[in-house]
Ligand binder design. Structure first.
Ligand code: C5P
Length: 234
């Protein structure tokens, strides 16, 4: 089994992110750089993480007109990231433009095409929130609808909550990679994640990659915490 653990570097300081990346690069698959770290530390933090040998998951959830998203994805490929998120609610053409741009740019640079990952319904949204924005109120149905559209657009991966994995596995081609946050081992302090699975449960349900934040970066010994998660998967 390949190492499925992606560490969310949800810290605002470049120094803290780099310290974690240096410590963890030998034992994890990739580092997720989100809006906070990217906005405060800029593309340079991605270059520095890449220099540790770590792969980068750029989680900026692009959502714009197709031309703009295509150009943002091309910039991400030039930055040499391995995964990028876009919002599936940007529509079929936007998703197609993102995937095509990733493939074309990677080919021009002689690199592997990064995985363009579709985000469906944010887990912070419930049926009332969906109704408020004029979307069908049934969250599960909307997740499946957007996931199916993403596959039609040519995306090869999706981000989903642990509790959506099984339903998506039933309707999606087996080749689609599912990236899943909301992972808890049971040993850490309670926090704002409400619907979680353990690493082993998420992999058994059909996850391809696990995004783990606080259980690793907030642990007393992040490297030991990452190694314990890996060991729990054997
Ligand atoms: O610290 P924790 O393990 O909860 O971090 C999970 C990471 O995954 C965070 O970066 C969070 O923003 C992200 N995420 C999530 N739930 C989603 C989508 C993304 O927790 N539905």
């Amino acid at each position: 089994m390949q190492n499925p653990v992606i560490v969310a570097l949800d810290v605002s300081e470049a120094e803290a992110a780099l310290r974690l990346a240096t410590q963890l690069a030998p034992v994890v698959a990739a580092f997720k750089v989100g809006s906070e770290l990217f906005t405060s530390a800029g593309p340079e933090i991605v270059r520095k993480i890449r220099a540790t040998g770590g792969s980068v998951f750029l989680d900026l959830k692009f959502h714009d007109i197709p031309n703009t998203v295509a150009k943002a994805v091309a910039a991400a490929v030039r930055l040499d990231v391995q995964m990028v998120t876009i919002h599936t609610s940007g529509g079929l053409e936007m998703m197609r433009a993102a995937e095509e741009s990733a493939q074309k740019t990677a080919q021009q640079l002689g690199r592997n095409t990064p995985l363009i990952l579709g985000v469906t319904v944010l887990t912070s949204m419930d049926s009332r929130n969906l109704s408020e924005i004029g979307a069908p109120a049934y969250v599960g149905g909307q997740v499946e609808r957007l996931a199916t559209l993403a596959v039609k657009a040519g995306l090869r991966g999706l981000v989903c909550s642990p509790l959506e994995i099984a339903a998506l596995r039933r309707i999606l081609p087996a080749s689609i990679q599912l990236v899943t946050p909301g992972i808890r081992t049971g040993n850490e302090k309670a926090d704002d994640q409400k619907r979680t699975l353990t690493p082993k449960e998420a992999m058994a349900a059909g996850a391809s990659w696990l995004v783990v934040g606080r259980p690793i970066y907030a642990a007393e010994n992040p490297r030991a915490a990452a190694e314990a998660i890996l060991a729990s998967l054997k």
